[in-house]
Design a protein around this ligand. Structure first.
Ligand code: MN
Length: 230
């Protein structure tokens, strides 16, 4: 079928130990999925459940690439997160069936123009300007689930220029991976290629041009990228 213009290339991320790449569809993100981060953002994890927002595939930045500092912000923050990549879709998936959708895991950073997000919150506006821009979703190579060991209690950290800024554990997640997939599938029709950024532990803060960011989860490929000026 001819198109009125040539469609853009599929966005993809590498797979550890495999020449094939993982084609990216939608990016779902979980907000306030770690109690200590909910508290640092002024929330109360006992009163407010985690929630979802999205980023487009064009936000993905691969390991080793340079992240362009976005326009319209002087306060771009890092949020290190476990990324869950789906190779199957569906709707109304039960918690018990949820893991059958998972292709593998990676580590990502939910980059956020915190100043624009704050303005959106204040004015009860959508979050896109805060959460979406080119390179707003750096992601490591993916580790296929069959090659992933126990990560339920793995440590998750983010370092800037070698200095630790975020340190937590995957076992602090309020909604676990299977619960996130099940809840998402009630709201949306999940599709192969969807990736889920599952929320961040405490310690979020600003990045600056020249910084080297290292995002790490024990047992998964590491993500390293440099921030360049806009
Ligand atoms: Mn986040």
């Amino acid at each position: 079928m001819p198109y009125v213009f040539e469609p853009r290339d599929v966005v993809s991320v590498p797979v550890e130990g495999n020449v094939d790449r993982f084609p990216v569809n939608n990016l779902y993100c979980v907000g306030r999925n770690y109690a200590d981060h909910a508290i640092e953002m002024g929330g109360d994890p006992n009163r407010e459940a985690p929630f979802f927002f999205m980023k487009p595939a064009f936000a993905v930045l691969s390991d080793g690439a340079e992240m362009q500092y976005p326009s319209h912000s002087n306060d771009v923050h890092h949020e290190v997160e476990l990324v869950v990549a789906l190779h199957r879709g569906g709707k109304d998936i039960s918690v018990d069936d949820a893991m059958s959708l998972v292709y593998g895991y990676g580590v990502g950073v939910d980059m956020t123009r915190r100043d624009l997000q704050g303005e959106a919150k204040e004015k009860s506006r959508p979050w896109e300007a805060g959460k979406t821009f080119l390179h707003a979703a750096p992601c490591s190579a993916l580790q296929p689930l069959s090659d992933v060991g126990q990560i339920e209690a793995a440590s998750i950290t983010l370092r800037i220029n070698g200095e630790t800024r975020q340190a937590g554990s995957i076992n602090q997640m309020i909604w676990k991976v299977s619960e996130i997939i099940s809840r998402l599938s009630e709201l949306f029709v999940l599709q192969p290629g969807d990736m889920i950024y599952t929320g961040t532990p405490a310690g979020v803060g600003p990045v600056r041009p020249g910084d080297q960011i290292t995002a790490h989860i024990d047992g998964l490929p590491e993500l390293v990228f440099k921030v360049s000026s806009s």
